[in-house]
Design a protein around this ligand. Structure first.
Ligand code: GPU
Length: 833
């Protein structure tokens, strides 16, 4: 006895222990520290103390959800770019005052302590950060929902500069432990790869058996997600890959230690690293393995919980669970859900297809055709033979159905349409290879398909999936992205937050951002403008401090702070920004000292990572640093113009940069940026935008007042025609001059910059696919408008206030409410306190 069952003892919540004592306890008992704490100690003690409060809230929420058994949304994503957790957790749980004071007693400041935390960087950029904002909003809105992803051992690489070139360093983020996760030793699933598929008679039924040749265990880690101003704490469940057995004992006993360890390395390799590609798939087998690994574990997990409550009543599944596929990365879910219900649960095809399509929905995040994932049939058949069969059957059914649906078309036209919509098709670049088009699989296999901004959703309907749209118009929706106003305004800019709260007389805007519209009444109020400007100034001082720390330079804090931070991509056109900075520099050089004094001074900051294999992006980074090296040292101009590349752009750096920004750049070629989300963060923080008529810029301009935004460049509808006519395009003489400057070695490294010059200037090489030259003149004009406006500080401040006032729409709470109502049909379920 006694061994089977432990006595029931109710644990006392550590909420009863005063925070300073609890922090000291954590340091003594978890870290063996007795006084003489470092800042890192202070962080660790605080985090491990806060963790327990978070777990209390997490447990209450999940007890409640278990009792109520509501419908759940599962957000499947290969990336979650969470950033730091301490500040977010104490503020969301309302523990900020208590812990700030506790730290003061220990002789520390919360802000400095929070700085000791490493970012959880399990994502590349916008897509991964969107997933993180969505979790915050789901919890805040009390929606029963979890995220599911991979617990990468190495997250997004750390970027350093060496002689102005990007170097990549591994992100070893877990070495000091992770107080924000909880390993669930009782939650693990087997995931198989390879092997063979057989059919056997079982009674009068034929069953399919997949015998994988390789198996690993997916081990669950829970990351509690606190909502704001609610008792709800939801969950992000991440999977770690571990070997089935610790190691091969027979090999070990035979003295073959290396071989004994191989199995372990192979398994752990699956969740080892995040692929550092943003918006372009890297067709590596390990990537498909990662995708299947986390999708299979997540679906098995959901089905096992479903069965524990509802047994085999799988027709009920769509009323209890739905899955959002964050881009095509988790699309293998279409085949895996089919397989689990067909082969493991023994249901039949038609029933399973109905259930599966009801449960799945797909979000597209890019229009770039090369970015749509396609896996060679050969690769998939070898790694996932049963899934390949299932996809083939799906495709047969689909194309057969299409033939019927299109029966009125002429046979030739019909065949063409069917071929164009086939999930399995020839590789257009290699006729010997067949590909599985994951986006088509997602469109055919799910209930709803959405884009992430109005213009993008139109391109999804009218261009990329137009054939499908014509057949299933009601499947297609728009869900304009949003960002959490907690992290991106209230917590990263507490000074602005308190000014807003004081002015509106309420802090309700943190949950209801539409209330920010109340600031419009103060936009032209001189006294309010003064206060507004003081906050911006304080935030600029912080950024200036950071620039000083990184580059050793003092910058003019009265200059216009002009920022472009995002992944480096040709379509995002950081290069165009640099060209205009060089042009500005040349103009300043020509001026007399007197004339210069009248110019608007600017501090330009560019930040962002280049995928390690993206050569052109790396050259762009080097151009930024090389131009900075010249202009920052020039005694004639350095009062008026600086350019800094801030290395290792990540979530926490964004939290410092965005509140300090006065102008931010979102200058992608029209029709290429699906949405953009940093544009929304800048807007919330009262930062003016210079941008193209692209992505969410359009909706931001509508909400802010188009006259308050510096819009330039050609429109998306013109792009195809302009690309065709590029050969006859006559470049601006200023553009030609800049090309000669770079080619001539004005910034050194001539040879290294040659391909950059060619990519926009040489029809034979790059053809200026992203039309920098076409937008160059109107961009320079827009920059002149910026200067003119900045000279009128009252007008600038009025606009700045109008931005924040107009940002209500871009809360991810609004986005998530729309998903919940139009796609998920999931309702709030709030635990009682
Ligand atoms: N995006 Br696809 C990524 O960050 N990574 C990707 O792999 C793909 C898209 C971005 C889009 O580029 C950006 O426009 C959008 O705002 C963001 O996803 C979230 O929807």
């Amino acid at each position: 006895a006694g061994l089977e069952k432990t006595a029931s003892v109710e644990p006392a919540s550590t909420a009863l222990v005063p925070a300073p004592v609890d922090i000291a306890n954590k340091l003594r008992y978890l870290f063996g520290r007795n006084g003489d704490y470092t800042v890192t100690d202070a962080y660790q003690g605080t985090a491990w103390s806060v963790r327990e409060k978070l777990i209390d809230s997490f447990n209450k929420t999940h007890d409640h959800w278990k009792e109520e058994d509501p419908k759940f949304i599962y957000y499947l994503s290969a990336e979650f770019l969470m950033g730091r957790s301490l500040i977010n957790t104490v503020y969301n749980l309302g523990l900020d005052g208590e812990y700030a004071e506790a730290l003061n007693q220990l002789g520390y400041e919360m802000e400095k302590v929070a700085d000791a935390e490493r970012d959880a960087a399990l994502g590349n950029g916008g897509l991964g950060r969107l997933a993180a904002c969505f979790l915050d909003s789901m919890a805040t809105l009390d929606l029963p929902g979890w995220g599911y992803g991979i617990r990468y051992k190495y997250g997004m690489f750390k970027q350093a500069l060496k002689n102005g070139y990007q170097v990549e360093l591994p992100d070893i983020w877990l070495t000091k432990g992770n107080p924000w996760e909880l390993r669930r030793d009782d939650v693990k699933f087997e995931v198989g790869f390879g092997g063979r598929v057989e059919r056997r008679k079982q009674g009068n039924k034929e069953v399919t058996m997949w015998t994988p040749s390789e198996k690993v265990i997916a081990q669950a880690y829970d990351n509690p997600i606190p909502g704001f101003n609610t008792p709800t704490t939801s969950n992000l469940r991440l999977w770690d890959a571990v070997p089935l057995t610790e190691f091969d004992l027979s090999a070990f006993n035979a003295g073959d230690y290396d071989r004994a360890m191989l199995e372990r390395e192979r398994a752990e390799g699956i969740s080892a690293v995040l692929y550092p590609n943003d918006s372009t798939p890297e067709g590596k087998e390990l990537r498909l393995k990662q995708q299947y690994f986390f999708v299979s574990a997540s679906l098995q997990d959901v089905l096992s919980r479903f069965k524990a409550v509802h047994g085999n009543n799988f027709d009920l599944l769509p009323e209890k669970a739905c899955f959002q596929l964050n881009d095509t990365h988790p699309t293998i879910a279409v085949a895996e859900l089919m397989r689990l219900l067909l082969d493991v649960e023994g249901l039949d095809w038609d029933q399973v297809w109905t259930i599966s399509t009801k449960c799945l929905n797909y979000t597209n995040h890019t229009v770039m055709p090369e970015a749509l994932e396609k896996w060679p049939v050969k690769v998939m058949a070898k790694m996932l033979p049963r899934h390949m069969e299932i996809i083939e059957v799906i495709n047969e059914g689909w194309t057969k159905w299409l033939a019927g649906h299109l029966k009125d078309l002429a046979p030739e036209e019909r065949a063409k349409r069917i071929a164009a919509m086939s999930i399995i098709h020839e590789n257009p670049w290699n006729k010997d290879e067949m590909l599985v088009n994951m986006a088509y699989l997602a469109v055919v296999g799910s209930s709803a398909v959405n884009g992430v901004a109005a213009i993008h959703s139109n391109i999804v309907k009218d261009e990329i999936f137009n054939d499908f749209y014509q057949i299933f118009p009601s499947k297609f929706q728009n869900k304009t992205n949003g960002v959490t106003p907690r992290r991106w305004l209230a917590w990263c800019n507490p000074e602005l937050a308190s000014l807003i709260t004081d002015t509106l007389g309420t802090s309700e805007w943190i949950n209801d951002t539409e209330k920010l519209a109340g600031l419009r009444a103060y936009a032209s109020d001189k006294a309010f403008q003064v206060k507004w400007a003081a906050v911006k100034k304080a935030k600029k001082a912080k950024l200036a401090e950071l620039i000083k720390k990184v580059h050793g330079d003092e910058v003019n804090q009265d200059a216009l702070f002009d920022i472009q931070i995002k992944r480096i991509h040709e379509y995002k056109r950081q290069y165009l920004n640099v060209l205009s900075i060089i042009w500005r520099y040349k103009q300043l050089k020509k001026m007399s000292p007197e004339e210069r004094k009248k110019a608007v001074a600017r501090v330009c900051v560019i930040g962002g990572k280049a995928a390690s294999a993206y050569d052109m992006a790396k050259r762009i980074i080097r151009l930024v640093t090389a131009v900075g090296d010249v202009i920052n040292k020039d005694p004639d101009t350095k009062e008026y113009l600086r350019l800094y590349f801030l290395p290792d752009y990540n979530v926490s750096l964004a939290e410092t940069i965005i509140p300090a920004a006065e102008l931010s750049q979102h200058i992608s070629t029209a029709g290429t940026e699906a949405s953009g989300t940093s544009n929304m963060k800048f807007q919330m923080n009262g930062c003016l935008i210079i941008g193209t008529w692209d992505g969410a810029n359009i909706e931001i301009a509508e909400e802010t007042g188009i006259d308050n935004v510096f819009v330039f460049g050609v429109r998306a509808e013109e792009i195809n025609q302009l690309r065709k006519e590029r050969k006859n395009f006559k470049t601006d003489p200023r553009w030609d001059e800049l090309m000669r400057d770079i080619e001539g070695g004005m910034f050194g490294d001539k040879d290294y910059f040659k391909p950059l010059v060619d990519s926009v200037n040489n029809m034979k090489v790059g053809n200026d696919w992203f039309l920098l030259a076409n937008d160059f003149a109107s961009y320079l004009k827009a920059q002149e408008d910026v200067d003119a406006c900045y000279k009128d500080q009252s007008e600038w401040l009025r606009r700045s206030i109008m931005y924040t006032a107009g940002s209500g729409k871009f809360s991810s709470d609004r986005t998530i409410r729309e998903y919940a109502e139009d796609i998920w049909h999931v309702k709030p379920c709030r635990p009682t306190v």
